[in-house]
Design a protein around this ligand. Structure first.
Ligand code: MLT
Length: 409
């Protein structure tokens, strides 16, 4: 008799975005005429830019000829992409990252979910609340949590509330934690940390020999010059932090799939005898065993992002989305909503009016305005009473959604 991994029994029924999809499909079935605007899942709407498409086409052509065909590539990624990542994303900002510290992958979702595998099961995990659900669920699946409790949280996971009172900025844990997930610019609140604020987390991790799993998937959307784009801008971060970066939102790769993770060789975790082991070595071991790399055409497309034309084109798209963010943010403020985010991130986090629960507001918005958003409660207990809208829609839909919120809500 095959036994199930009972950790899966602790998980609530479905993944947040699957549940939203289910409810929207039901609504569509019941209201086939409704013109639904989707500002729920953070999925891009602008197509891949010409420089990216051209590079991908050329790479596909190469794959179809004997002399340029490529089979398995290096699991960590091709040097032509790794070198561009290092030069553009780090060296140009004064950050030292070596080529064997970067691991190209098919997404930050899998990387943030998988990375915990190389860390001990007895580690205490801390997450912000609200939180991108992948960090929590992957640790629950691995067995690092107790049961899902009546507060809507898992026992044995440390939640760091981000609330109106603390301006959506988490406070340092009061007890020692070993693995700390931070995402800035934040999904879902759209908030960022200043350099000094981020430094407190690095200092905490150095003092406690904890590891920071830093999700920087939205760094390209930062507009203000003094907000750190990488945790490695903070002194000492190379000793304690792993950083996840993605081309999904930066360059429209949600359907193309390419990302990378930086694992500095100094980041250590310890065995039960207290001996230190470099996570870089273990992540390489894990990836070479379980992953065969990202396809050549996709890596060639990703490399094209770093060309002059590629940069100019993706920046244009980022400006487009951030203008949506501004419209949503200012539009909602003018309507009297309390909002967070939307300045350095493509997410707007609003407080639901009239004390409505997050799912109640979701249903009301869907029924009355035919607009889909994401209920804050889906990101954790502290998200109850909040709601997330994304700036990744088209301009037309963004403006239409705001107009409907104004007139129908
Ligand atoms: C979101 O809507 O939070 C994102 O699409 C999630 C993701 O990138 O996986």
């Amino acid at each position: 008799m095959a036994l199930i991994n009972e950790n899966y029994l602790k998980l609530p029924g479905s993944y947040l975005f699957s549940e939203i999809g289910r409810r929207v499909n039901q609504f569509k079935k019941d209201n086939p005429e409704a013109d639904i605007i989707r500002l729920g899942i953070g999925d891009v709407t602008r197509p891949l830019t010409p420089a990216i498409v051209e590079a991908m086409k050329q790479a596909v052509e190469e794959m179809g000829r004997f002399d340029t065909f490529r089979g398995y590539g290096p699991e960590q990624g091709y040097d032509f992409l790794l070198e561009k990542i290092i030069d553009h994303d780090f060296k140009s900002r004064g950050i030292d990252v070596a080529i064997d510290e970067v691991f190209v992958s098919d997404g930050s979702k899998p990387d943030t979910a998988n990375f915990q595998e190389i860390l001990g099961l007895n580690n205490v995990v801390a997450v912000t609340d609200p939180v991108y659900p992948v960090y929590v669920d992957s640790n629950v699946m691995a067995g690092r949590s107790g049961q899902f409790n009546e507060k809507g949280q898992f026992d044995n996971i440390v939640y760091l509330p981000c609330t109106e009172e603390n301006g959506m900025k988490p406070q340092l844990p009061k007890t020692r934690v070993d693995m700390l997930y931070l995402c800035f610019p934040n999904n879902p609140t759209g908030m960022t940390l200043t350099r000094d604020e981020l430094k407190q987390w690095v200092d905490y991790a150095r003092e406690n020999k904890s590891i920071i799993l830093y999700d920087a998937a939205y760094e390209a959307f930062i507009q203000e010059a003094d907000i750190p784009r990488s945790i490695y801008e903070i002194e000492g971060a190379r000793e304690v932090a792993v950083e996840f970066r993605s081309f999904s939102k930066t360059a429209g790769f949600t359907g193309t799939r390419c990302a990378y993770t930086v694992v500095p060789k100094e980041v250590m975790a310890y065995d039960s005898n207290g001996n230190a082991h470099s996570l870089n070595k273990f992540w390489l071991r894990r990836q070479t065993t379980k992953f065969n790399g990202v396809s050549y055409p996709v890596q060639a497309a990703a490399a094209a992002i770093y060309s002059e034309a590629g940069q100019q084109q993706i920046q244009e798209n980022i400006r487009y989305y951030m203008e949506n963010a501004r419209l949503i943010r200012e539009g909602l403020i003018n309507l009297g909503y309390k909002v967070f985010g939307g300045v350095n991130a493509p997410y707007i986090w609003l407080k639901t009016p009239d004390n409505l629960g997050s799912w109640e507001f979701f249903d009301k918005l869907l029924n009355q305005a035919n607009v889909v958003g994401t209920p804050g409660a889906g990101f954790g207990a502290s998200g109850e009473g909040y709601f997330r809208l994304t700036a990744f829609g088209t301009r037309e839909n963004t403006e239409k959604a705001l107009e409907r919120i104004k007139t129908r809500m």
